[in-house]
Design a protein. Structure first.
Ligand code: GLU
Length: 293
């Protein structure tokens, strides 16, 4: 039995961190610290088209400046592609993945033709076009060098796992059950790998939370819906379900979500402007004392 709480912060090094990241990391750190548990930092750098080593280095520097400390070694997802490939392979062998050759444009056109989502793709799920291709056509198109993504057949995946209802617990929202219809409507057949990004966030985050024995996932409530999908993935691999605490997102005075490119100064710029770590913690509403200030 796991007696100690293990939390993690799992930023993606796609830019410099802002106060929203400090808030999320601070919550994960305090939850572990206050319970005498362990706090891990994981660098989620699988998206090799957007992640940069200098941003990863800046994460370590900014977090150390804020008074956070974490266990070594830091897991960097980009060093573990073989593990994610093995997980993908297991899904493929069970017939739960299929290659999708559609371009973004084709998907948008299909969705528009079906009368949904006039503004395009966001908010409407993939209509499943390539799910119905035969084995021969798939093999021929792959052999011909056509680019493809691997999608999870959500309906098949739901049928494959026997333990319905799948449940999880959120500290704020209480007991939750995964609803297959909502997964199908909210996510559809999600992409788990594509040519330039060999494994997706959804797969890697569940893989690593299980591997690292995370018992409590703290993260922003923008990912609340994703937890339904994550529970399904956990069930497919027999990975344990951690507890979740989805927290509010920090907003600007006008109610916008903080985003580096739009409205949120980077922590390092705040530091250069003379703001102290204690000042950052106060600004995000966490007690600086929890971080040694
Ligand atoms: N890499 C993800 C992010 O930065 C982690 C989200 C999570 O905590 O699951 O949004």
């Amino acid at each position: 039995m796991q007696s100690d709480i293990v939390t993690r912060c799992a930023p993606s090094p796609t830019g410099y961190l802002h106060a929203g990241h400090a808030y999320a990391a601070g919550i994960a750190f305090l939850r572990a610290r206050q319970a005498g548990g362990r706090f891990l930092l994981r660098i989620e750098d699988i998206d090799i088209t957007r992640c940069r080593p200098e941003f990863a280095a800046a994460i370590l520097e900014d977090f150390a400046w804020l008074g956070l400390s974490w266990e070594q070694p830091v897991r960097r997802q980009s060093q573990h592609f073989a593990e994610y490939a093995a997980a993908l392979d297991s899904l493929r062998q069970r017939g739960l993945l299929y290659p999708c050759f559609c371009t973004r444009k084709q998907i948008q056109a299909e969705i528009a033709a079906a009368g949904h989502a006039p503004h395009g793709f966001e908010g409407a799920v993939y209509p499943g076009t390539c799910r119905h291709l035969g084995a021969t056509e798939r093999a021929e198109r792959i052999a011909a060098g056509e680019a493809y993504a691997l999608r999870l057949d959500i309906a098949a995946a739901c049928r494959h796992t026997g333990n319905w209802p799948l449940r999880w617990h959120d500290e704020e929202a209480g007991a939750q059950s995964v609803m297959p219809e909502l997964l199908a409507q909210g996510f559809g057949d999600v992409v788990l790998a594509r040519k330039e990004i060999p494994a997706s966030y959804h797969l890697c985050v569940c893989h690593d939370d299980a591997l690292q024995g995370i018992t409590l996932v703290t993260r922003g409530n923008d990912l609340f819906g994703a937890t339904h999908l994550h529970r399904l993935l956990q069930a497919l691999f027999d990975w344990p379900a951690p507890a979740y605490a989805h927290h509010r997102l920090l907003l600007t005075d006008s109610g916008e979500r903080l985003a580096k490119r739009r409205n949120a100064p980077a922590l390092r710029d705040l530091r250069a402007a003379g703001i102290t770590p204690a000042g950052i913690w106060q600004q995000v509403g966490l007690d600086p004392g929890g971080f040694g200030f």
